[in-house]
Design a protein around this ligand. Sequence first.
Ligand SMILES: [Mg+2]
Length: 260
Amino acid sequence: MNSLQNIKGLLIDIDDTITRHKAGVPMSGSSLFDVLQTAGVALGCLSAHETARRIESVKNEVRWWHWSDFIVALELNPKQFWDYAYNIESTYLEATGAEILPALCRLQAHGMLLYIASNNPSSGILHKLRLAGIAHVNGSTLFSQLLGATEMHAMKWEPNYWRKALAHIALDASEVAVVGDNPHDDYAVPREVGIPVSFILDRFCDRRGQSTESLIYVNDFDEIADALLPEKHLHPLVNGKVSDPALQAKLVLNGATVPC
Ligand SMILES: [Mg+2]
């Protein structure tokens, strides 16, 4: 059997797969830790020194920390913090492509289970999905589970991350494929635990000629949906509009801007 026919779930990376740093915007000072530092002063009414001290304290005391550890340590209002973080990080983070949500909805509508596989903790995953315009920090209807490194107690470059991810979702290695941008973390390491296929996204360079049966290079998420779904001719956008009412409803549910 073609290994793609057996795929029931996708383990999807976030950084440089779903979100990316905007071109031309400086990288320095653009992380959620930088946002926490300014939030401690602007929202928490702490001094810059006290904010930095509390952030370091959490880092030193909590090995597998969550962003909530810092929010509580800085005595921030969570709703206010996440909106503040969204407003700041939306100036330098963006979705890698506009087709991501329609393609993922198409896959989900055909029964594919979707999971996020990321070194971000789960609250950071939702924050980045919000920045990509496909979920909210309160939750996501698109993804069945958020498999953050904090939740797995392992990083994606460790085979144990992938073993634990499979244990969480109760699927065999042969039943999942990975979607990511890093040939080592998103292909070589999951391959070590028996995951048969990885889709590696490269939007800037056409490497599809280098694809093998197990390592499939793609330019966008539509190519992944086309490869996995039997009705390859069915595209959710017809003349730039969503043609399927059920899919359109799903897109609205996920907070997307739907061209209809
Ligand atoms: Mg990545």
